[in-house]
Design a protein around this ligand. Structure first.
Ligand SMILES: Nc1ncnc2c1ncn2[C@@H]1O[C@H](COP(=O)(O)OP(=O)(O)OP(=O)(O)O)[C@@H](O)[C@H]1O
Length: 198
């Protein structure tokens, strides 16, 4: 099966220091990669390479052009109501498949999925830490991207929210989507390809 996402012999150098090398994997539709390792080993760097934000020092990366990144900063306008802040990205993020729902419908569905629909009118700056993380996840869900790149997605989430995250990932994969998750917290990712750095 043609992989959705692949690294071939990838090497990463930052600030003149080699973080990792010879990283190879192929993720088929519905597949997952789990990136783990101690602090500072390069987990976020690997996710940034996959997102196209950092160039590998060597090797080859195959990614769909439409991918969604959840990193530390949610990049949601603090002054806007949550729904409007998400709508901004849903219209701006690269257009998903032609069969996809409208930006408004995708945002409404994503807010329901992360349990934030009741506070869609609340400005982003008033959200709690966990709500901000769920809002960042809503942005990923609303993107309809075939590849999700999640950097420490469980940070700041309570037990119920981690279970919700796991369900959302499972649903995405069941629909043929792929995911890469960098985490130091346990997240259920059945049959994920392990990439252990360090
Ligand atoms: N812009 C940069 N320039 C140079 N070095 C950097 C830069 N950004 C990160 N680094 C270094 O790259 C290394 C790996 O960082 P990275 O954030 O990828 O690690 P990580 O495994 O995700 O860490 P953590 O578990 O603490 O989040 C660190 O030593 C960091 O200082």
């Amino acid at each position: 099966m043609t992989p959705v996402f692949a690294f071939r012999d990838v090497r990463c150098v930052r600030g003149g220091r080699m973080l990792f090398e010879h990283i190879s994997f192929e993720v088929p539709p519905g597949g997952a990669v789990s990136v783990s390792g101690p602090n500072g080993v390069g987990k976020s760097s690997l996710i940034r390479i996959a997102a196209g934000l950092l160039r590998p020092a060597d090797g080859e990366v195959t990614c769909p052009p439409h991918r969604a990144l959840m990193a530390e900063a949610a990049a949601l306008d603090a002054a806007r109501p949550l729904g409007a802040a998400l709508h901004f990205w849903a219209t701006l993020d690269p257009a998903p498949a032609p069969s996809s729902a409208s930006a408004t419908a995708r945002v409404a569905k994503a807010l329901e999925a992360v349990g934030l629909a009741p506070i869609a009118a609340v400005p982003v700056r008033l959200l709690s830490t966990g709500q901000r993380r769920r809002a960042a996840l809503a942005r990923v869900v609303a993107s309809d991207a075939p590849l999700w790149l999640l950097d420490e997605p469980a940070n700041g989430l309570d037990v119920a929210s981690v279970a919700m995250l796991e369900r959302l990932i499972a649903t995405h994969r069941a629909g043929g989507g792929a995911v890469a998750v960098a985490t130091h917290l346990p997240i259920a990712l059945p049959d994920a390809i392990p990439v252990v750095l360090g």
